[in-house]
Design a binder for this molecule. Sequence first.
Ligand SMILES: Nc1ncnc2c1ncn2[C@@H]1O[C@H](COP(=O)(O)OP(=O)(O)OP(=O)(O)O)[C@@H](O)[C@H]1O
Ligand SMILES: [Mg+2]
Length: 339
Amino acid sequence: MNVLGIETSCDETACAVVADGRRIRSNVIASQMAEHARYGGVVPEVASRRHVEQINVVLKRALDDAGIGFDGIGLVAVTNRPGLLGALLVGVSAAKALALALDVPLVGVHHIEAHLYANFISEGASSPPDFPAVALVVSGGHTDLFHVRGHGDYVLLGRTRDDAAGEAFDKCARLMGLAYPGGPAIEQAAREGDPAAVPLPRAWLPGTHEFSFSGLKTAVRRLAQGETPPPTADLAASFQEAVVDVLVGKTLAAARAVGAPRVFLAGGVAANGRLRARMQAACDEAGLPLFYPPPILCTDNAAMIAATGYFHWQAGHVDGLDLDTIASEPLAAGPAASS
Ligand SMILES: Nc1ncnc2c1ncn2[C@@H]1O[C@H](COP(=O)(O)OP(=O)(O)OP(=O)(O)O)[C@@H](O)[C@H]1O
Ligand SMILES: [Mg+2]
């Protein structure tokens, strides 16, 4: 069955057609990044307006690329939470109109769950990963560690107490005079730098599975705005190493703590080459298989929305035309609440 996925929660207008939750037939992403770059971050009102302009164009291209018409769609899956409300409304309104007109089921999808499900889209792999797993979701708005026990069965082990990892990349890139979005800019600058050149703090928060990046950001600010700032490449490489050290160390500690036999990595920061390489090395040493999506499926896309919607539909969950948009909703509760 062809699932149409629609994603408009932030600054990407995206539509994709995914067959049976795993095979991508089309994956179209119209990014507004260049437009928001001059403000150093996403401007919600601008985002909503661009989604309105783009949604029909992106939808048509997704159908054309997949070689199907409207009558080829069997299910519509749309991000309805969490995200910018005005932005979410554009995708949800389009999804409702399509579901009603085509008389096909509608499924509302949690954006963070979809980042996880990017790992289930086949890219040459013959079978999807198994459960249970420990999953690190590192994106622009989230740094969460989950114990994933099955489809839709998550326990939040820990999250960031302040900035998300992607947010730290974006803010620190700005302090270093690098472009927005900061993640790719820092990764690029770091290639010429020495990761051991600048001593920077790591917040280990022992005894917890939580994260904190605000102290690191303050240290970068002091150095970047000090009298003799270090070379940008060294500062970028040292910052990236500090973030990666903590993400890898705490993910492996969480996997040990819950006895998870595999690790999933997801979200925009999971596109980072240094994080992928260091996490792979650590998982190899611990004997844990590691799963991460190709970079294009780490950052926001609609293929992951379609994949998630398909699994919910298979489990018998569908939504009505009263599907609401929700600005903020955690994917899962912590261990105390779930037991
Ligand atoms: N190569 C990279 N290295 C590090 N960070 C990266 C890289 N590529 C993208 N990022 C970061 O990923 C973030 C965007 O990821 P994503 O699209 O998943 O976030 P979002 O959708 O804005 O947030 P959320 O998913 O939490 O709602 C940005 O903060 C960006 O800087
Ligand atoms: Mg995202």
